[in-house]
Design a protein around this ligand. Structure first.
Ligand SMILES: [Zn+2]
Length: 385
């Protein structure tokens, strides 16, 4: 462990000693780093690429109108997913954008430019803006965050078009290798949590359930079997878990091949104009916390950033992140919130509504019995094919 500023941090990444569930080995390296190394240090990309080819061929063989659906935010990662799927893997994708009401002008310009350059079908879905705005307002006021609403919207749009066109494969650009993997204690966007907050604030179950889509871990065994039998089940993958995902290299390809436009090459999440507000609220929620440290830690582990660079950035952030971001007033006006609504004196957080255990699906005995043949099929049937 090394001391930087007021915080004692892991000797390899920059996670602090009070990070949830953290522990250190005798060399002062944290368990998150050790876990990462175990998974990624000797990752076999040839094997992963072969697995990806198998999945791509499986999707093409279905001969549906679209081979895959790509949730498309207009950010760097999802743009690169679209690019690879079309140009490298020769898939016929449907790109789906959920209008989260917070899209940056860069994202909008890049989306329309990219889909026409790559010549792919694209749908842009706006869902009852007034309701979505009320959802946001409630989540900010009671949960101290708003990303859960956007995440649910993306799931809503993805699920709607996946079902409508019976698309066998959903491909996203989230990377478990380099994106932050916040533990439950820090972030939760689970529908169970949203449902509870919204219900307590007087939204009807009908209003909530017409927007909140069950996560795959909430779908019962019986439903999964039904989907399998009717050939309407689908595979969901994160493309960065199969191929090398280097931020600067991706940026270069997008600029060269798609005339991509970005305000700042180093900046993440340029697709949401209120991303700085998200970090600001999160830092308010947890004392001495800098949300960016998780992303920096991932980049250090992957060799895309040095620990010194990260420490320097954290030191400048810890001074400036106390200050409200420039976008805060626009954000509050848009949601009709006041400054006192985000003071967070009462420590508003998802932890007031859900526990880790709540998110584990509890299947009834009947469901568990029904799932036995399903598990057997999954283990042996798929190999026989
Ligand atoms: Zn570490």
């Amino acid at each position: 462990m090394k001391e930087t500023g007021q915080q004692i941090r892991c000797g390899k990444c920059v996670l602090p000693h009070d990070f949830p569930n953290i522990s250190f080995d005798k060399n002062g390296i944290c368990n998150y780093c050790l876990e990462w190394d175990k998974k990624w240090q000797n990752f076999d990309y040839d094997k992963a690429e072969a697995e990806l080819t198998r999945i791509v061929n499986w999707a093409k063989a279905k001969k549906r109108k679209y081979d895959c659906l790509i949730p498309y935010s207009g950010g760097r990662d999802s743009s690169y997913v679209l690019y690879l799927c079309k140009r490298k893997y020769n898939l016929n994708p449907l790109a789906v954008t959920f209008n989260n009401l917070f899209m940056s002008e860069y994202a909008i310009r890049n989306i329309f430019n990219t889909v026409s350059k790559l010549d792919v079908d694209h749908v842009f879905l706006t869902y009852q803006p007034e309701i979505v705005r009320k959802f946001y307002k409630t989540m900010v006021r009671d949960g101290g965050e708003f990303c859960s609403v956007c995440t649910s919207g993306i799931n809503y749009a993805t699920s709607k078009y996946q079902k409508q066109f019976n698309i066998p494969l959903v491909i996203s650009g989230t990377s478990t290798r380099v994106d932050e993997q916040s533990p439950f204690e820090i972030t939760c966007t689970h529908p169970v949590y949203l449902r509870r907050v919204l219900l307590q604030n007087g939204f009807s179950l009908e209003t909530i359930n017409s927007f909140l889509i069950k996560r795959s871990d909430e779908i019962s065994a019986l439903e999964k079997i039904k989907m399998k039998l009717s050939d309407s089940d689908y595979i969901r993958i994160n493309l960065p878990d199969f191929v090398i995902w280097n931020n600067l290299e991706i940026q270069n390809v997008l600029e060269r091949e798609l005339d991509w436009d970005t305000p700042d090459k180093q900046k993440d999440h340029i697709d949401c104009k209120f991303a700085p507000v998200k970090n600001f609220l999160k830092n308010k929620q947890i004392p001495n916390f800098i949300f960016k440290q998780e992303k920096f830690s991932q980049l250090i582990r992957d060799g895309q950033m040095t620990r010194e660079e990260a420490v320097e950035m954290l030191n400048s952030l810890s001074n400036s992140e106390e200050e409200p971001p420039a976008e805060l007033d626009e954000f509050l006006n848009f949601l009709e919130l006041e400054k006192k609504d985000i003071e967070n004196k009462e420590k508003k957080s998802h932890l007031n509504y859900v526990t880790k255990e709540d998110l584990v699906v509890k299947e009834s005995l009947a469901f568990r019995l029904l799932s036995v043949p399903w598990q057997l099929y999954k283990r042996f049937g798929m190999k026989i094919k």
